[in-house]
Design a protein around this ligand. Structure first.
Ligand code: AMP
Ligand code: GLY
Length: 447
């Protein structure tokens, strides 16, 4: 029997997950709550209009529409306990409970957790007092990193290069708006890597590693400008000369994964509930190939997911099978598979953002992408968009991604840039006043 799936969320990540799930032969209908213009325009996906914090209405919808499984995109509902509520009613939901999602929900928890379970991470101190925090940083070498404790939608981390900037960050982050605690940590340099796992119903020895990706976090070229949610992504970014080096990294990352899963399950051992859902380990690899964990997320990354879903589609892999860990499909580790092929395929994801993002930016302008011909190698995933009389209207800072998959890196990057440049932006709904200055994208994704 074909199944109905509900995806919770409204960003590019959720458009990509819903699109890929809708291609599974096991799926009847995909609903997205609340979705965006991209999900509204897909043939076999339907947006539903329920406030995602209204759990009772969501539960009602799931029961009435015979939803086989709910997949959670963003972190907030997880940290707030949506999985606990669904599970109490016996409903199938893919995501960790709030007791497990604390790995992402609190930076203080995650740093203590890493220390307790022997997981490599940068040195840090925790503060709840501004004067003490400022006195500490005044003795420290810069750059230094200051992080708010709780969820902050990508706005809770400041990489500071001067004492003045650090003092401002402390004032901003250690405040009623943000958080009662901050972490001040050692700055790490090197290559960032997003290692995302599907931790499934079979338990902790059956995690499936999605291909590594790299996210471009800073707003501007050459890693300058403020941190954002991510301005682009590429697949299997490690390009070392020798397979052995990558294999060694692979083993080190696996060790971190196992320690993390065993640790969080140990922390929750009284409830006897295991980690279920996506686990995103944000890593930094230094020039000596030493790995440290930058962060945990208990969900997939955005825009990494957009990159991954187009990759899986091109590799003919059913994402739902991965989540359900269907033994018939026998999915091999995709990172190991990538070591061995010269023509392993490459995916490039570029974010189109509103000028001013991640600070204040304009919304409510119109996007024309009719010049882009989508096919199995080129796919647009929407993020901050809505339909206004069938026109695509911007509603957020990150508006959409253009994703291109090709047999090699150069080709994928070229196709992605060729296509994103075809997008036109208009100030007005009649689409007569063209103003492409309302948007921007990074010019160096993949570089
Ligand atoms: P987080 O939410 O902790 O991952 O931080 C967001 C981003 O800030 C990371 O993806 C990195 O680009 C950057 N970042 C965080 N911690 C560090 C660190 N200790 N050293 C250098 N960059 C960092
Ligand atoms: N792209 C980084 C994140 O989703 O946290």
């Amino acid at each position: 029997m074909k199944q109905n799936i509900l995806v919770i969320g409204q960003g590019g990540r959720e458009h990509a997950i819903a699109w890929k799930i809708s291609k599974s032969p096991k799926v009847q209908n995909v609903f997205v709550c609340p979705g965006n213009a991209g999900t509204a325009l897909e043939d076999n996906i339907e947006n539903i209009d329920i406030d995602i914090s209204d759990i009772n209405s969501l539960l009602d919808f799931v029961k009435k529409n015979n939803i086989f499984m709910t997949i959670i995109g963003p972190e907030n509902p997880l940290v707030d306990g949506i999985v606990n509520e669904f599970s109490e009613q016996g409903l199938k939901i893919f995501g960790p409970t709030k007791e497990h999602a604390i790995l992402e929900g609190s930076k203080v928890f995650s740093k203590e957790f890493m220390k307790n379970y022997g997981i490599p991470t940068s040195d840090y101190e925790m503060f709840s007092d501004k004067t003490q925090a400022k006195s500490y940083i005044s003795t420290k070498k810069h750059p230094i990193v200051i992080k708010a404790d709780g969820l902050a939608a990508g706005k809770g981390v400041v990489v500071s290069s001067s004492i003045e900037e650090s003092n401002d960050a402390i004032d901003k982050l250690l405040s009623a708006h943000h958080s009662d605690f901050i972490i001040v940590e050692e700055f790490l340099s090197g290559q960032e890597l997003s290692a995302i796992y599907i931790c499934n119903y079979k338990g902790c020895t059956y995690e499936i590693g999605l291909p590594w990706t790299k996210d471009y976090k800073s707003r501007d070229e050459y890693n300058s400008g403020p941190n954002t949610g991510g301005m682009g992504a590429v697949s299997h970014p490690l390009s070392y000369g020798h397979k052995n080096e990558i294999y060694k990294l692979y083993q080190d990352i696996e060790k971190i994964l196992v320690k993390t899963i065993n640790g969080i399950n140990d922390y929750n051992k009284e409830s006897n509930i295991k980690y279920l859902g996506f686990l995103y380990i944000g890593l930094m690899i230094d020039s000596a190939n030493k790995i440290k964990v930058l962060e945990y997320n208990c969900r997939m990354g955005d825009p990494e997911t957009q990159n991954l879903m187009l990759t899986l589609e091109n590799k003919g892999i059913d994402f739902l099978d991965m989540i359900l860990n269907d033994p018939i499909t026998n999915i091999q580790d995709l990172n190991i598979a990538n070591f061995d092929q010269d023509s392993k395929g490459y995916c490039c994801t570029i974010v189109l953002a509103a000028k001013g993002y991640p600070e204040s930016y304009a919304k409510g302008f119109y996007i024309d992408m009719r010049n882009i011909i989508e096919n199995e190698n080129i796919k647009i995933f929407h993020a901050g968009t809505t339909l206004d009389d069938n026109k695509i209207c911007s509603t957020g800072g990150r508006i959409l991604t253009v994703n291109a998959y090709a047999e090699n890196k150069e080709k994928a990057i070229n196709i992605a840039y060729e296509n994103i440049k075809k997008i036109k932006v208009f100030q007005d709904k009649n689409m007569s006043i063209e103003n492409n200055n309302l948007v921007f994208f990074r010019e160096d994704i993949g570089g």
